[in-house]
Ligand binder design. Structure first.
Ligand code: AP5
Length: 218
């Protein structure tokens, strides 16, 4: 199954993408995770994008499209994938269509996780991510038990772009770019909205499974 998870920063794309990936046995492909991985490695791409991510701005279309092209060609994407944080612009959506067409594939569903702005800010500014396995926690909504990840690590990190000022910029960027993408996928009849404000991750996942049920069992 080829899926896109769409939503504002903090809407739960990473949280739900991990659940979908485990449920369907397909990889989660997060452009944000790939970029942060490059920064951590200190690669030339990492050096190029470090300040852009720290400021909450978008990396160039050319760079992320190339990253996605390489990632989708990998063996584990044969059975499908869940895209998290891509596409984010109309140019990225067009490039994705062309790329999938070349591969004889297409997107089957786009899920938009809808959350109020107030809750988005509360979620992001309280996020912690495990430096070892990538599990996502929240000091208010889903704290790591006894300050440790379930993988055993106590390396719980706060992302460099999770401060209130950068978060406002990320939300502004999302507001500017999301409208056109929503129209693109509505027109293709692929978009399902998942109203997620006030719901726990498991409650959201129940809605996600319902929305994908008919495709997952084809
Ligand atoms: P990216 O990593 O994609 O960040 P984002 O879109 O800002 O989204 P987040 O990762 O902040 O949130 P999320 O929706 O995954 O929520 P999460 O599950 O973690 O991108 C980062 C940067 O990389 C961009 O700013 C840009 O610079 C660059 N970039 C990436 N892709 C790009 C692209 N395609 N083009 C150009 N540039 C690109 O949850 C958030 C918190 O909420 C967690 O603490 C979690 O525990 C909690 N939570 C989750 N669900 C719930 C719930 N139901 N109830 C309560 N709390 C919840």
């Amino acid at each position: 199954m080829e899926l896109i998870l769409f939503g504002a920063p903090g809407s739960g794309k990473g949280t739900q993408a991990k659940k979908i990936a485990a449920w369907l046995g397909i990889p989660q492909i997060s452009t944000g995770d790939i970029l942060r991985g490059e920064i951590q490695k200190g690669s030339s791409i990492g050096l190029q994008v470090k300040e852009i991510l720290a400021g909450g701005n978008l990396v160039s279309d050319a760079l992320v499209i190339e990253m996605i092209r390489a990632r989708l060609a990998e063996e584990d994407c044969q059975k499908g994938f869940v895209l998290d944080g891509f596409p984010r612009t109309e140019a990225q959506a067009t490039a994705l269509d062309l790329l999938l067409e070349e591969m004889g594939r297409s997107i089957q569903c786009v899920l938009s996780l809808d959350v109020s702005e107030e809750e988005l800010v509360a979620r992001i500014t309280k996020r912690q991510t495990c430096g070892k396995c990538g599990a996502i926690y929240n000091t208010q909504f889903s704290p790591a038990p006894n300050g440790r990840c379930t993988c055993g690590s106590d390396d719980l990190r706060v992302r460099a772009d999770d401060n209130e000022e950068t978060v406002r910029n990320r939300l502004q960027n999302y507001a500017e770019s999301s409208e056109i993408l929503i129209k693109v996928y509505e027109k293709k009849n692929l978009l399902s909205h998942i109203e997620s404000t006030g719901l726990t991750p498991d409650q959201v996942f129940t809605k996600v499974r319902e929305a994908l049920g008919h495709i997952a069992h084809e």
